[in-house]
Design a binder for this molecule. Structure first.
Ligand SMILES: *Cc1c(COP(=O)(O)O)cnc(C)c1O
Length: 398
């Protein structure tokens, strides 16, 4: 047995600061990337194909197309379903900028449906109410890695003939009702951004079951070139290519795929570590009257991309922002996921949104804070996070 490689050292030593996120990399990623470079094949090639097959199999989908971000994955999935100017796409305002962008790139209109407070995920009843005759798709976001309630959403989609394109940037490894996220809907979009559960720096993938849609997404990801165009530098390829439609430049590199393959080889262990740490936070913070713990859903597996704690209102004299500031001052890199999308200045200016438009999203966002959570987080560091949280709760009690 080779000695298990040591993970990249978390920079905890730096004046005792506990970072919000540290990638879990070791010599396997370094070797994989080095081999890709030595092979002379830097961009889309054999490692991308292998990475696609491995991810596709891990989520039980028939097809997978690797791209350079989850944003690109969502853009192309919506494009491949024919979303165009004037169409409406229903999504959650409790999300990152990327979700709205993918819709807006196609000149379609993002229509927000409020969340369920307990889960922070889109409320299927609100989705149903938001459907109009212009609605073409739903983009559910599995916040923090907790699956959305997919059955009612799939039912709404079936009844109104809508596409479902999942923003699963947080949800690789999540399971809904025994079925892995990645195989349930028209297309599932994954992110391999540096902070995500499986990280390649930049990267993304669409997993799906429809062959034609997969082919279209692949074509759109590389300038709209005829199907085997990327093979034109291989022995099997031809120098001739045809631009079949207007495409984009969204393909993944083999260097990124090599890092992804290394990450995937230890993904189970990484997820087990996240789960253990999440449960440990719950156990250590469960007695506090100040903090509300994240929920899990029976029958679902949480991917634990984020550990989102909520501040119970009325307990402390300070607000969430002040608490975050004090945590940082005490060496803890906590963060917020997410500010309501509709309240960013671009959305206010473009669509005229004001505070109060999506009250549940706004209320939960205002009291949410994400704690450090990553496979390399030591229990000692975690104890420190909890100790400071409990100490601040005592000091600033009303
Ligand atoms: C990170 C993230 C994305 C975007 O992922 P990229 O790979 O960086 O494009 C999309 N949606 C959510 C909810 C995210 O957190």
């Amino acid at each position: 047995m080779p000695r298990p490689p040591r993970a990249a050292r978390a920079p905890h030593g730096h004046r005792g600061f506990i970072p919000f996120c540290v990638p879990y990399t070791d010599r396997r990623e370094v070797e994989g990337a080095a081999q890709a470079i030595r092979s002379g094949w830097l961009t889309t090639g054999p490692r991308v194909s292998r990475f696609e097959s491995a991810v596709r199999r891990s989520v039980g989908a028939r097809h997978a197309v690797a791209v350079n971000s989850c944003t690109a994955a969502m853009h192309l999935s919506l494009a491949a379903r024919g979303i165009k100017e004037g169409d409406e796409v229903i999504t959650s305002p409790y999300t990152f900028a990327a979700t709205g962008e993918a819709i807006l790139y196609l000149r379609a209109r993002p229509v927000f449906a409020d969340i369920i407070s307990a889960t922070l995920n889109i409320d299927p009843h609100a989705v149903e109410r938001a459907v109009t005759r212009r609605t073409r798709a739903i983009v559910p976001v599995h916040i923090a890695g907790l699956p959305c309630d997919m059955d009612p959403l799939l039912d709404i989609a079936r009844r109104h003939r809508l596409a479902i394109i999942e923003d699963a940037a947080h949800a690789l490894g999540a399971v809904y009702g025994g079925r892995p996220i990645g195989s349930l809907s028209d297309a599932t979009c994954l992110s391999f951004y540096a902070t995500k559960n499986l990280a390649t720096g930049e990267g993304g993938m669409v997993t799906l079951n429809d062959r034609e849609m997969a082919d279209r997404i692949r074509r759109l990801s590389l300038h709209g070139l005829s199907r085997d165009a990327w093979k034109r530098y291989t022995r099997a390829g031809s120098w001739r290519y045809d631009v079949v439609e207007l495409g984009y430049k969204y393909n993944m590199t083999d260097v990124a795929a090599a890092i992804g393959l290394a990450q995937l080889s230890k993904f189970r262990d990484m997820q087990a570590k996240r789960l253990r740490l999440a449960r440990r936070y719950c156990a250590l913070l469960g007695q506090s009257d100040t903090y509300e713990l994240p929920t899990e859903l029976p029958g679902s597996t949480h991917a634990w991309h984020l550990y989102v704690l909520r501040l119970r209102s009325g307990v402390l004299r300070i607000e969430r922002d002040r608490l975050l500031h004090l945590l940082r001052a005490r060496g803890i890199g906590a963060s917020v996921h997410f500010l309501p999308l509709h309240l960013h200045s671009f959305y206010r200016r473009t669509f005229g949104y004001t505070a109060g438009a999506f009250p549940r999203t706004e209320a939960e966002s205002a009291r949410a804070l994400s704690l450090p959570l990553y496979p390399g987080l030591s229990t000692r560091a975690q104890d420190r996070v909890v100790e400071v949280l409990l100490d601040l709760a005592e000091r600033h009690r009303r």
